[in-house]
Design a protein around this ligand. Structure first.
Ligand SMILES: Nc1ncnc2c1ncn2[C@@H]1O[C@H](COP(=O)(O)OP(=O)(O)OP(=O)(O)O)[C@@H](O)[C@H]1O
Ligand SMILES: [Mg+2]
Length: 328
């Protein structure tokens, strides 16, 4: 396996305040590698440092210390940037250009011939499933979801070998979300490496081979999703059902200790203390003839899991220390 993204001790302090006299460390000694062809999830809560990392890699801002290599080239080598793609968190568009004109303009920046730019513009807009009737409309008339698709199209216009996507699903409706998920998945077949930034586990869950979790600018975890899932056994789960006879369901749920049922206008919300209780709860739901709407963890950000894991680790080591002290 060859590493196509190599981040080495990357650190960023922002200077803040009116006189820029105060420093805030947004990223603290990040080191990691992403292999060729991987879809790599970059996770963390709000303000964890994800976008800062992306901007550093794109050279939109400069590191305080540390550096990185992409495709075996230092990120300061400008030529390498023609071989990668980037969807920023808050993309800026030229409002008065049409979607097609904007894409042609982006392709021209890579030096393609005029016909090739036109061809690529059409191919990319179709690929992100922007409706053809909108291709020749000005971007200022676009909805947020439509703009997000245009942003994605420009990130792919040069057939990048590595693509950096900062929250690509933001602003998309559920259908759009699924389409973008499928699109990212299709990049895998082309051998493209994807560095995907999100704080929503469900986006990552179906796509990513490996993930990194940032916490307050530090790398808190790096590994395969399957390994992370082993740590998620104690998650509280929420089950939403419709058309429920709540009385009957309440009785059925008594067999699950610490489960809770809250009636909703259309049915009920059931909370069970752990993932292993879900099967029993679903059996109760079925027995009552209710319709299943959704099953999801309560507070599903992966970072939260690691916060709690750390707390448990700390508590365990504290107890161990106390026991040792007692024994002496
Ligand atoms: N230009 C800036 N000047 C000062 N501080 C900044 C600047 N940009 C980001 N920060 C700070 O750096 C930290 C990391 O921000 P960053 O945008 O990288 O987080 P993020 O992980 O992308 O969060 P989100 O999920 O909300 O997008 C935050 O504490 C933020 O306030
Ligand atoms: Mg961000």
């Amino acid at each position: 396996m060859t590493a196509v993204i190599e981040i080495e001790n990357l650190t960023k302090d922002y200077e803040v305040g009116f006189w820029r006299q105060r420093r805030v460390r947004a990223l603290d000694g990040l080191s990691l590698q992403v292999e060729q062809g991987e879809i790599f999830g970059f996770l963390g809560g709000n303000g964890a440092g994800k976008s800062t990392t992306m901007k550093l890699l794109m050279r939109l801002i400069y590191p305080t210390t540390g550096g990185a290599r992409i495709l075996n080239r230092d990120i300061n080598e400008i030529g390498m940037h023609a071989r990668i793609g980037y969807l920023p968190e808050h993309p800026y568009f030229y409002d008065y250009l049409t979607a097609r004109e904007f894409l042609v303009y982006c392709a021209e920046l890579f030096g393609y011939a005029r016909d090739e730019c036109q061809r690529r513009a059409g191919e990319m807009l179709a690929r992100v499933r922007l409706e053809e009737k909108s291709w020749d409309q000005q971007l200022r008339k676009f909805s947020k979801g439509m703009l997000q698709r245009v942003g994605l199209a420009q990130a792919l216009v040069n057939d990048p070998e590595v693509v950096f996507l900062d929250e690509p699903m933001s602003g998309l409706d559920p259908v759009g979300r699924r389409e973008v998920r499928d699109l990212i998945d299709s990049l895998r077949d082309c051998g493209t490496t994807v560095f995907l930034c999100s704080h929503i586990l469900s986006d990552i869950e179906v796509l990513c081979d490996r993930v990194a979790i940032l916490q307050h600018g530090r790398l808190a975890h790096l590994g395969r999703l399957a390994d992370l899932r082993q740590n998620t056994g104690n998650r509280q789960m929420e089950i939403i059902v419709a058309l429920a006879d709540t009385r009957q369901m309440e009785t059925a749920l008594r067999r699950i200790p610490d489960s809770q049922l809250t009636p909703t206008p259309g049915g009920a919300r059931i909370q069970v203390p752990a993932e292993q209780d879900v099967d029993a709860a679903l059996a109760a739901v079925r027995a009552c003839g209710a319709k299943l709407i959704s099953v999801q963890p309560v507070g599903n950000a992966l970072e939260e899991l690691f916060v709690s894991e750390r707390r448990e680790e700390n508590a365990a080591s504290e107890i161990a220390t106390r026991i040792e002290a007692k024994d002496q």
